[in-house]
Design a protein around this ligand. Sequence first.
Ligand code: SF4
Ligand code: F3S
Ligand code: FES
Length: 248
Amino acid sequence: MGYKAKFRVWRGEGGEGRLEDFTVEVNEGEVVLDVIHRLQATQAPDLAVRWNCKAGKCGSCSMEINGKPRLGCMTRMSTFEESETITVTPLRTFPVIKDLVTDVSFNYQKAREIPSFTPPADVKPGEYRMQQVDVERSQEFRKCIECFMCQNVCHVIRDHEENKPNFAGPRYLMRIAELDMHPYDVADRKESAQEEHGLGYCNITKCCTEVCPEHIKITDNALIPMKERVVDRKYDPLVWLGSKIFKR
Ligand code: SF4
Ligand code: F3S
Ligand code: FES
């Protein structure tokens, strides 16, 4: 059965904006993105929202629904009370372009700062031989749809704009961890994770893991093991001795 829902939507651009109230029809089985599309069609034709697949796979429709990062296309209206006012705002960590659309280029910049897969010079493509266990270890991380909700929710940058230059964020620290686990990657990921990409800023609050729509265990399976490998390297007596000898 259909009903009328109360929506409060952030409208604005160029750093200025306000919450605007709407009453909008909802039909059975709909998701928040359906309702936003109905708003566009009936009351707010210039309302900006980014979306693409409507199937939880492109990562475009990230927004904050009642203050929590969610995919608009995967958030069922049936999860709310009919009497509830649903507040929809743009991702807070990134600058707003217009209404619900944010400029997520911070994330593309961070992606570019990570050197790509670096195999040994003497092994040609087609000659890589990996154990199944090594393939499976990083498989989980490849499910990422780049919705940037983990990046949005991590307090290191959500509340501290000044940390952005020095912190890659959970999605890209996970990428570094994935490369570090690759048996054929010869780049030094441990030192650069710590020194250049801000792994030490992460204090394991796990907010990133909680919001991941792909249920990737970002903290437990990527960030914590990466931190452990960095520490092992630092406090390994042989590595320590080697660094002293070679510094001479
Ligand atoms: Fe989104 Fe999860 Fe990928 Fe982060 S790791 S960008 S939350 S899919
Ligand atoms: Fe941030 Fe996730 Fe670490 S939310 S602090 S990157 S565990
Ligand atoms: Fe593609 Fe929502 S529209 S994930």
